[in-house]
Write a protein that binds this ligand. Sequence first.
Ligand SMILES: NC(=O)c1ccc[n+]([C@@H]2O[C@H](COP(=O)([O-])OP(=O)(O)OC[C@H]3O[C@@H](n4cnc5c(N)ncnc54)[C@H](O)[C@@H]3O)[C@@H](O)[C@H]2O)c1
Length: 347
Amino acid sequence: MTLETQIQERSSVFFEESAFGFQRLAGKRQVLWITDQHIYDTNNLFFEGREVMVLPAGEATKNFQQLEEILLRLQTIGADKQTVLAVAGGGMVSDIAGLAAALYMRGIETVYLPTSVLAMVDAALGGKTAINFGGIKNLLGVIRQPSAVIIDTGWLKTLPDSEWRNGLAEVIKHGCIREPGILQVLHHHNLETMQTDTAWLQQLIRSAVTVKWEVVAQDPHEKGMRKILNFGHTVGHAVEAETGIPHGQAVAVGMVYALHLSALEYGLDAAFIDSVLSLLHRYRLPVKTDVPFETLWKAILFDKKKQDGQLAYILLEVPGKAIIRYFELDELRTKLEAIHNQMCGAV
Ligand SMILES: NC(=O)c1ccc[n+]([C@@H]2O[C@H](COP(=O)([O-])OP(=O)(O)OC[C@H]3O[C@@H](n4cnc5c(N)ncnc54)[C@H](O)[C@@H]3O)[C@@H](O)[C@H]2O)c1
């Protein structure tokens, strides 16, 4: 057993085999496992003999009714303050289950066992929990750290290729904002080599986890610096809301806008932008959207919190150095529209 990182409050990350790691942590305590239908169907041996609640797969599950179902299930099995909620899933499952655990008896312990690349490098780390509400993603939630996160890349054997790509968009994001070395490594591989070379995959996941963990450790409650993790999310969330494409793919598109805006504002190197674009192509991620600019802009205004009429945008000063830049709405609109028109004409 290796304690890889101990961050803030009481959350720890372990890289080890899921069943073994979980047994060591939970001992004889009552456990409710929670997962989704795809993961259950493709890993049913793992769940054999365990008390498990299976949620419908997909983002639509992050709603109030499903939250209530989880709370009712906890109550039905007689869960108390000692019960552990074991969350084996992608970001959808950890977001809603984490919120249920925070609410039940004012908080029971969770152990996250992320099963998608995106959850391993992002959603399972940092304690953000949420459901979607009133048409807005992640509107209701709390920040509450799991007791532990057990990262076992064995889960990824059953992850569909499209989901690998979604997760890799977040890995590329981590490379852009803090660790450009990750991008260099990704240039020398492709999805197929990644799926077969376990040692290399684990190293990549560790690097990406370290980026997220370091940022969260400095700002667990997102007062400032943690916002840099939203690189690519301003346009990304708007594209996701308007098209329904998965989060990771939408973030890929959003990163392209953010890179071009960074070039306008800070002179970000064109060669770096080209290299990120080529990585997005390499991992078959989208780099533009068909959504008209007017629609995108409305979605951005609907989604984003404005401060004194200004909107925060995460940009890169240089590769690996993300900063928060506040824009007047009119100025941002003009600049994004120019980028949008250029991209739609050029790509
Ligand atoms: N809390 C956070 O900090 C944070 C950060 C980023 C994203 N998120 C949230 O995470 C969600 C996106 O995460 P995601 O991409 O993991 O989505 P997801 O949980 O919906 O998983 C994507 C798909 O992959 C399937 N899947 C996952 N693991 C599998 C496995 N091992 N084998 C077979 N199928 C598997 C799921 O059933 C689902 O169909 C969104 O709801 C987003 O808002 C949260």
